[in-house]
Design a binder for this molecule. Structure first.
Ligand code: SF4
Length: 449
């Protein structure tokens, strides 16, 4: 059967894409879990959070019924704490560090408790942060993703006027457009962005792209400082024959379309191969299954020991019925009448460690073939090389090169998030935005320590 739209009935889409991490059903259920917390001194859960959320403090606030205080504790460190409670790979961050793991007991469900408090803050629109009176300084932020929003919110709290230029029609960046729909819904993402912007002093210009509609030279003159948080682009090319055939798609575009167009509008194959083993690859594979693909096979050129996704993410894919072929790299996509009919892959072995410190995959010379009608590319994302070079920024492999947290080679231009690091977790981008705001405040002569 060829690649096609609308394979399932509406109720099947609803069932397949319902919230994968449902909230506590009752207040008592939240309290039972919160009361298990040992309020550790020098808490490892806090140390393992890139934004340094004071986990024992917010959990204790839940136990005393101070949900507003709990939400403030979370959001003061991570303004996207509501979204992060749904999308963070907590098994390798806070929950993975919880001392209960050492006792071979279930860790405190920190993400679920964080969701409990922050969702209430969003639902009730609690005003937890005040904006200081305007100080007469203007900052332009490029990108309304996690780094841009975090930077803008921190600056606005200090009375700085912020204008965000966002190329899409909605804010939230990858949270809105690049994560599986069963983790966060478009409605939730919009609520979170609205909540962040409700502090005031932040004007968002949607549909405006740097390098196309606005130039860095103009912004440098018009604003006191510019913060670049334009993220990364489409999936890396495979650079193999057949890559241009109909049925070879980019994972980011595939996930974006599911979020933007709706489940029944996105074509999916009957037999799908996904290339890569990061979170984006897992999100693409699981969603292909949930859109109705009969078979989904994930190919990864290394072994399970080197996979970038967490075991929990892999478990989701396996439970969805996706198959994995380890030590396999795409070699050629075969087509007929311009459409994908199969994928030829190299069998790999691991050789000496490469620059990443992991053992490098090496082709053995043996190959195998998979009958597929769709290939989804999810082997990393490409930085916006031309954008960075044309703006006169120092670059490193297409990413913006910074020194000392967020400072670029241009005096009033700062940068952070995925356009600097090449793509990390949402929570890392939020912290980058905070770091960028601090550097900008220092530059403007308004240091906050
Ligand atoms: Fe509570 Fe676990 Fe953090 Fe200790 S490590 S403070 S038990 S959540």
């Amino acid at each position: 059967m060829p690649i096609q739209k609308n394979r399932l009935k509406p109720n099947e889409y609803d069932a397949n894409f319902q919230d994968i991490h449902p909230p506590f059903e009752t207040k008592d259920a939240a309290l039972v879990e919160a009361n298990r917390c040992l309020y550790c001194y020098d808490a490892p859960c806090t140390k393992s959070c890139p934004t340094g959320i004071d986990v024992p403090k917010f959990i204790r606030q839940i136990t005393t019924g101070n949900i507003k205080g709990s939400a403030h504790t979370i959001l003061a460190s991570n303004i996207m704490g509501a979204g992060c409670s749904r999308v963070c790979p907590v098994e390798k961050l806070c929950e993975g560090a919880c001392v209960y793991n050492l006792m071979e007991e279930d860790p405190i469900p920190i993400a679920k408790l964080q969701r409990y408090s922050t969702e209430m803050a969003l639902e009730k629109n609690w005003k937890l942060f005040d904006r200081k009176p305007a100080v007469g300084k203007k900052v332009a932020v490029i990108g309304a993703g996690p780094a841009g929003l975090s930077c803008a919110h921190r600056l606005s709290r200090e009375g700085v006027d912020v204008t965000i230029f966002e190329k899409e029609q909605l804010g939230g960046g990858l949270m809105t457009y690049g994560i599986a729909a069963y983790k966060v819904t478009p409605g939730f993402c919009k609520d979170e962005v609205d909540y962040i912007l409700s502090i005031g002093g932040i004007n968002v210009k949607y549909g405006v792209a740097l390098g196309r509609d606005v130039q860095l030279d103009e912004l440098k003159k018009e604003f006191d400082a510019v913060y670049l948080a334009f993220g990364v682009g489409l999936a890396r090319r495979l650079d193999i024959p057949g890559e241009e055939l109909e049925g070879v798609v980019d994972a980011i575009s595939f996930i974006y379309d599911i979020r933007d167009k709706g489940f029944d509008k996105v074509p999916v194959g009957d037999k799908v191969a996904v290339i890569g083993m990061g979170m984006t690859a897992i999100d693409a594979a699981t969603q292909a299954r949930r859109l109705g693909a009969a078979e989904v096979t994930i190919l990864y050129r290394r072994t399970k020991d080197e996979m970038p996704c967490t075991q929990k993410e892999l478990d989701i894919a396996m439970l969805d019925g996706c198959k994995v072929i380890w030590l396999a790299a795409p070699k050629e996509v075969i087509g007929r009448d311009g459409k994908v009919i199969s994928l030829v892959a190299d069998v790999m072995i691991l050789g000496e460690p490469d620059a990443s410190g992991r053992r490098a995959p090496v082709a053995t010379g043996d190959t195998f073939s998979l009958d597929v009608d769709m290939v989804i590319k999810a082997a990393g994302q490409m930085p916006f090389v031309d954008l960075v070079k044309n703006a006169g920024l120092d670059e490193q492999g297409g990413k913006v090169r910074v020194k000392d947290q967020a400072i670029t080679n241009i005096s009033n231009v700062f940068a952070g998030g995925d356009c600097v690091n090449g793509g990390k977790e949402v929570v890392d981008a939020v912290q980058a935005g905070k770091d960028g705001a601090m550097q900008i405040l220092r530059f403007l002569g308004m240091p906050i320590e």
